[in-house]
Design a protein around this ligand. Structure first.
Ligand SMILES: Nc1ncnc2c1ncn2[C@@H]1O[C@H](COP(=O)(O)OP(=O)(O)OP(=O)(O)O)[C@@H](O)[C@H]1O
Ligand SMILES: [Mg+2]
Length: 236
């Protein structure tokens, strides 16, 4: 039986008058791929930043199955737009080596490029010399540099062409298998979530609207809001 990797209990976060996350509780089990869906502004990114301790909650607590000093290396994030998360003046080899240095591990640029299926020569290139899909592969390689066990994927393919989206999703699936990763996968598109996740959490105005196994939620949603998300997902 899998253990909870991360437990979120009654977590709340406000920005001024806006309650972005409002009393959220759930667990992320080791090895899960948990999908987080909800309309824009429902609190998905805020919740993931709370989980990564990039921001502190106003209330509630988040506990980890590992020591909190390991958090920075164990938990990593892949952003939507690799364009903005990569420094245009830094060669991608350096960009990949940097996180490993922060965690005082020897950089393994070649191995990381191999993991994301890019040739070793790419280490010398600058971000503008890559396609969008290749840049996202670099974003993934960077996230893997500290040997994490948990990845937050915040709309990792939303900025890419549909054909490239599938390639990146398949790469992420494969990496989860080979590296035993746990995913928190954020997407607007329910067909992406259906493809990538086993468990789905539906967030609405900072609260959990529905939570459960993918099959159940996609076939027989209990909430009218989830049904609305399903109806408005064209590809689904
Ligand atoms: N640093 C911040 N300062 C002020 N308000 C914020 C901040 N971060 C988030 N918010 C607000 O919190 C709410 C939730 O935002 P969040 O980015 O978590 O939503 P989201 O579900 O990730 O949306 P999207 O799907 O568009 O990415 C929004 O109303 C947003 O304006
Ligand atoms: Mg967001």
């Amino acid at each position: 039986m899998n253990e909870p990797l991360i437990e979120i209990k009654d977590v709340t976060k406000s920005f001024g008058p806006v309650t972005a996350v409002d009393g959220v509780s759930f667990s992320i089990m080791e090895g899960d791929s948990l999908g987080l869906v909800g309309e824009s502004g429902s609190g998905k990114t805020t919740l993931s930043r709370l989980i990564l301790k990039l921001i502190e909650p106003d209330g509630g607590r988040i506990s980890y199955s590992f020591e909190e000093k390991e958090l920075r290396s164990k938990c990593q994030i892949v952003f939507q737009d690799p364009q903005t998360s990569l420094n245009p003046r830094i060669r991608v080899g350096e960009a990949i080596a940097e996180p490993a240095r922060i965690h005082s591990r020897p950089p393994r640029v070649k191995e990381l490029l191999e993991m994301v299926k890019l040739p070793a020569e790419y280490a010398k290139r600058y971000p503008h010399e890559l396609s969008g899909g290749e840049r996202q592969r670099i974003g993934i390689a960077r996230a893997l540099a500290s040997n994490p066990s948990f990845l937050v994927l915040d709309e990792p393919v939303s900025s890419l062409d549909v054909t490239i989206q599938v390639e990146i999703l398949n790469l992420l699936k494969e990496l989860r298998q080979t590296l035993d990763l746990t995913y928190l996968f954020i997407a607007h598109d329910l067909s992406t979530i259906a493809y990538m996740c086993d468990i789905i959490t539906v967030l609405r105005a900072g609260r959990i609207e529905e939570y459960g196994p993918k099959e159940l939620i996609l076939r027989r949603p209990k909430s009218a809001y989830t049904q609305l998300l399903l109806d408005s997902s064209p590809k689904f």
